[in-house]
Design a protein around this ligand. Structure first.
Ligand code: M6R
Length: 608
């Protein structure tokens, strides 16, 4: 995820910015840069790659000045490159900007600015902001920033340094975190606490729709309408490690809680006024979609489990047949691929060796390959014909959580996008799906506030050696992911079973007290799942059921019921996944495991 740091004061800013950026390295990034106001005017240094590369550049051409802004970039628009790295500047090199977030209407703004004669040097959405500020500048940088952001739609935290008023930094927040650090004779901007913690513990936390104007001697907070705000300063008593995890005990827990934001970002700019889906970057034309005879989905691990849900989504919405394969199997099974086959590879990292090999195999056979990935510039993203990026931000914990659930959102968007071309959904049905989709982030947010029941259940299963997850349809696909999550971090053996399949053998393993987690969110299959719950109950199982709100009759059969907010059945996995991730998380924590770095596992598997 991108990081911002800003400094204005009496010290040389270069090293303060660099050290601040290094404190944000843990968040993941692909490039870094700084802009500093020097005697020669506004100067930029930026480079793709590690901060050490920026440092080398700065050693060769140092920048001396008392005000500057810096950025670590995690690409969302345009590949990682020197040109796409932040800061971005206007054409006169008078205004520089760093930005976190996504500008939804950047293409339209870019077109308008180009018509006015502005030249774009990068592929980023951010660059429109520097030109817009330049366009509006009439002697007051604060007003120019305010006018520029009033034209921008999306999520952003920005910091602006201008040569017009080099004794000021301007910062604005809209749906992307930003804090202002207050020192003596110096002030700071940070997207995250670690960036400034070394220098001050006194901060103002900006809310959405607020801006700050910093000089070395003071900070003014105001609304975007220009009304001044009086706010209490906040004292941070976290150590650096706690600050990196934003106050959470682990990255995994932080990432679970980031899911509502990841959903919003993955949807951002892709839904047109609640009526249709826009997938810029997916080059498949309506004619090509109509010509598809089959779809193959290929992935590993958690991404494979997301693809299993993707299969149901795409088949239901488009009626195109879908096969899902593990990447390690796909390339050796001589899959039947022809030119009307769309192959979708799914990979958080975009670097998984088996997935990459499957992608190459599919291309060799002439398939059109689409990637769903979280990393712009990754091998998978570069080699696929089309890419649908999830916008989950970097995932640091080995156990995938927000990347998985964002892949589900990507599949929902893709399914609806294809259905538009195929006309398999009428406008009413499409609008209803979109309305439900747009509700998911807040529904998930609410669910994540109520964790007591999950913590108690984790106590209950933490001393078990084996357990089962059962479910039908989408619940079965989600059960596989829930089982993997529990296994990989708690080291408890578990199996996911299609609920109707247990009696064909594995029911023999159920004995007094065996925990069975029964996913029963699919209302059409509810009666069948309840019968399967009764089968295991009769053999002594302790059943924890997951159901949609309102299905209280399950309480008669199961020992405990976890409720998931009401949505359409296709979308329940995007909500039901959270309690299952948390169950795995708390179980592993109770057992004293290193949740973020489970034994024997690596985040990215780049060997076959
Ligand atoms: O980066 P990828 O999505 O291609 O990784 C595939 C698997 O290695 C990955 O999903 C793995 O199963 C998860 N880290 C488990 O939580």
């Amino acid at each position: 995820m991108c990081g911002i740091v800003g400094y204005i004061g009496k010290r040389d800013s270069q090293n303060i910015l660099l050290e601040g950026l290094k404190k944000l390295e843990y968040r993941g990034y692909d490039s870094a840069g700084v802009a500093i106001h020097t005697n020669a005017g506004l100067e930029l240094r930026k480079s793709k790659g590690r901060i050490s590369e920026l440092e080398t550049r700065l050693e060769a051409q140092p920048l001396a000045g008392f005000a500057g802004i810096g950025h670590t970039r995690w690409a969302t628009h345009g590949k990682p490159s020197d040109a796409n790295s932040h800061p971005h500047a206007d054409n006169d090199m008078k205004i520089s900007v760093v930005h976190n977030g996504i500008i939804e209407n950047h293409l339209q703004l870019k077109e308008e600015l180009e018509q006015l004669g502005y030249q774009f040097l990068s592929e980023t959405d951010t660059e429109v902001i520097s030109h817009l500020i330049s366009h509006h500048y009439e002697g007051n940088i604060t007003d120019a920033v305010r006018m520029a952001v009033s034209q921008v739609r999306g999520a952003y935290a920005i910091a602006v340094l201008s040569e017009h008023e080099p004794d000021k930094l301007v910062a604005v927040r809209s749906a992307s975190p930003l804090i202002i650090g207050v020192g003596e004779g110096e002030n700071f901007i940070g997207s995250d606490i670690p960036a400034i913690l070394e220098h001050t513990r006194d901060v103002y936390i900006l809310n959405d729709g607020e801006m700050a104007v910093l000089t070395k001697d003071g900070v003014e907070l105001m609304t975007l309408e220009g009304n001044f705000i009086a706010r209490e300063m906040f004292r941070i008593d976290w150590d650096l490690m706690t600050a990196e995890k934003n106050g959470y005990d682990t990255f995994m827990l932080k990432e679970i809680h980031e899911q509502p934001r990841a959903y919003l970002d993955t949807m951002r700019g892709r839904i047109d006024e609640g009526k249709s889906i826009l997938l810029t970057g997916v080059g498949l034309s309506a004619v090509e979609i109509r010509g598809l005879t089959q779809i193959h989905m290929v992935a590993c691990g958690t991404a494979y489990h997301a693809a299993l849900i993707g299969k149901t989504v795409i088949e239901r919405l488009t009626r195109i047949p879908v096969e899902v394969d593990l990447a390690s199997e796909y390339r050796y099974r001589m899959p039947v691929i022809h030119k009307n086959t769309l192959v979708i590879v799914v990979s958080q990292s975009g670097e998984t060796a088996d997935t990459l090999a499957a992608l190459r195999e599919a291309k060799q056979w002439g398939a059109h390959v689409m990637a769903i990935t979280n990393v712009i510039g990754s091998s998978v993203a570069r080699e696929a014909d089309d890419v649908l990026f999830t916008q989950a931000g970097p995932e640091i914990a080995v156990a995938s959580t927000k990347a998985y659930s964002s892949q589900l959102i990507a599949f929902y968007l893709l399914g609806m996008f294809m259905a538009q071309s195929l006309e398999t959904l009428d406008q009413k049905a499409l609008s209803e799906l979109i309305a439900n989709l747009e509700r998911l982030p807040s529904q998930l947010e609410d669910m994540l506030k109520d964790l007591d029941q999950i913590q108690l259940l984790a106590e209950l299963i933490s001393n078990q050696n084996h357990l089962f997850f059962i479910g039908r349809g989408l619940d079965y696909s989600l059960a596989m992911e829930a089982s993997l999550k529990l296994k990989e971090i708690s080291y408890i053996h578990s199996e996911a079973y299609a609920a109707g399949e247990l009696k064909h053998g594995s029911l023999a393993l159920i004995e007094e007290g065996t925990p069975v987690i029964a996913l029963a969110t699919q209302e059409l299959l509810m009666d069948k799942t309840v019968s399967n719950i009764k089968e295991v109950k009769a053999r002594g199982a302790y059943v924890i059921a997951l159901a949609m709100e309102g299905n209280t009759e399950l309480e008669k059969t199961a020992d405990q019921v976890i409720y998931v907010p009401r949505t359409i059945s296709l979308f329940t996995p995007a909500l039901a996944v959270a309690p299952l991730q948390l169950l795995a998380y708390y179980t592993a924590s109770i057992r004293g495991n290193d949740v973020d770095k489970p034994r024997n596992l690596a985040k990215s598997v780049t060997v076959e």
